[in-house]
Design a protein around this ligand. Structure first.
Ligand code: SF4
Length: 288
C-alpha cells in the first residue's frame, strides 16, 4: 500500500494570515480585555477548540460582544452592517478578512456602482456569501448551481455582473459564465473572484485521483471547500472519504486499498494531515 499526499493539502494563505493575526492579538492585547471571534475563526472545530483553550470567546451574534472588547473578524469577512454595528458600539475591530475576499468585495462594490445587478454563484447561508452580498449596491441574486442559475428570470433591459464565492468550483462557474454569455444580448461583466487556492487543491486532487484507488479528504464537516474537494474527487471517479481527524479513519477497511491519496481543505491544520498520514503509513508497515 502506498500513500500519496497532495502538496497543497492544508491551510491556504487567507487562513494562515487570519490565525497569525489572532495569535498576535492574543499575545499583545490579552491584557486589554476579552478577545471575541464572531463565528468560528475558521471552519475547523479542532482549531476553534484550541483557541477556546487560549481564552478566545466565539459568539454567533454581534449582540453578544460587550462594548469596549476586542473582536477579530475571521477570514470569511462579515457583512457591512455587522462591521458598522460593531464600530458604533465601541468595539475594537481587528480585521482578519482574507485579502482575496476583500478583493471580491471591492470588485462587487465597484461593478454594482455601475448600475449592475449582482449574480452571485455561492451557498447563500455561507458567511462569505453574506459578506459578498452586502457589498452589492442595489439588487443581487444568489444561486448555488448551474440549474438554479438557469431558473433565474433575467431582464435583458438590465446590466449584470457575475461573481462567485471564492471557494466555488471553477468549472461550474465557467459553465455558468458561458451559458449567460451565450445569451448574446445580455450586458454581463464577469468578475473573477474564485481563489487559486481552491483551484490548486482541486487540480492537484484530480491529478492524484488518477494515481490512487481511494482518497482521504481531511477537514471540518462545516468546511465547504473541504466538502467540495471530496465531491470533485468522487466526480472524477475515485472514492473519497471526508474525515475531520485520524481517529475517524476506518483502518481495517483501508487495508484493502493499494494506493491512498490524502488531501485537506484550506482550513485544515497540518497536524491533522500529519496524523492521518502517520495512521495510513502505519497501516502500510503492518501490511508488509
Ligand atoms: S480559500 Fe482563498 S479566499 Fe478563501 S480564505 Fe483561503 S486564500 Fe482566502
Amino acid at each position: 500500500m502506498e500513500n500519496k499526499r497532495a502538496k497543497s493539502a492544508g491551510f491556504c494563505m487567507g487562513v494562515s494570515l487570519a490565525l497569525r493575526k489572532l495569535d498576535e492579538v492574543i499575545e499583545i492585547k490579552k491584557a486589554e480585555g476579552d478577545i471575541y471571534i464572531l463565528g468560528s475563526i475558521i471552519h475547523n472545530p479542532q482549531v476553534v477548540e484550541e483557541y477556546s483553550g487560549k481564552g478566545v470567546i466565539t459568539v454567533e451574534s454581534p449582540d453578544d460582544i460587550p462594548a469596549g472588547s476586542i473582536v477579530v473578524i475571521r477570514a470569511h469577512g462579515v457583512t457591512k452592517d455587522v462591521r458598522d454595528t460593531l464600530i458604533e458600539r465601541g468595539i475594537h475591530v481587528i480585521d482578519a478578512t482574507c485579502p482575496k475576499v476583500k478583493d471580491a468585495c471591492y470588485l462587487i462594490d465597484m461593478s454594482t456602482r455601475e448600475g449592475r445587478t449582482l449574480l452571485l454563484f455561492g451557498e447563500q447561508a455561507h458567511p462569505e456569501v453574506k459578506c459578498l452580498l452586502s457589498y452589492a449596491n442595489g439588487e443581487s441574486i444568489a444561486f448555488d448551481s448551474l440549474q438554479a442559475c438557469r431558473e433565474q428570470a433575467l431582464n435583458k433591459q438590465r446590466k449584470y455582473c457575475l461573481a462567485a464565492q471564492t471557494t466555488q468550483d471553477r468549472s461550474v462557474f465557467d459553465a455558468i459564465s458561458r451559458e449567460l454569455q451565450q445569451q448574446g444580448d445580455l450586458d454581463l461583466k464577469i468578475l473573477h473572484t474564485i481563489c487559486d487556492a481552491t483551484k490548486k487543491r482541486q487540480g492537484e486532487a484530480i491529478e492524484l485521483a488518477d494515481e490512487v484507488d481511494y482518497f482521504i479528504v481531511a477537514g471540518g464537516y462545516n468546511s465547504s471547500n473541504t466538502r467540495r474537494l471530496a465531491e470533485v474527487i468522487e466526480a472524477h471517479g475515485t472514492r473519497a472519504l471526508h474525515v475531520e481527524t485520524a481517529a475517524e479513519l476506518p483502518l481495517p477497511e483501508l487495508r484493502h486499498y493499494q494506493q491512498i491519496g490524502i488531501t485537506a481543505g484550506a482550513s485544515t491544520p497540518k497536524k491533522i494531515v500529519d496524523d492521518i498520514q502517520a495512521a495510513l503509513d502505519s497501516l502500510k508497515r503492518s501490511s508488509h
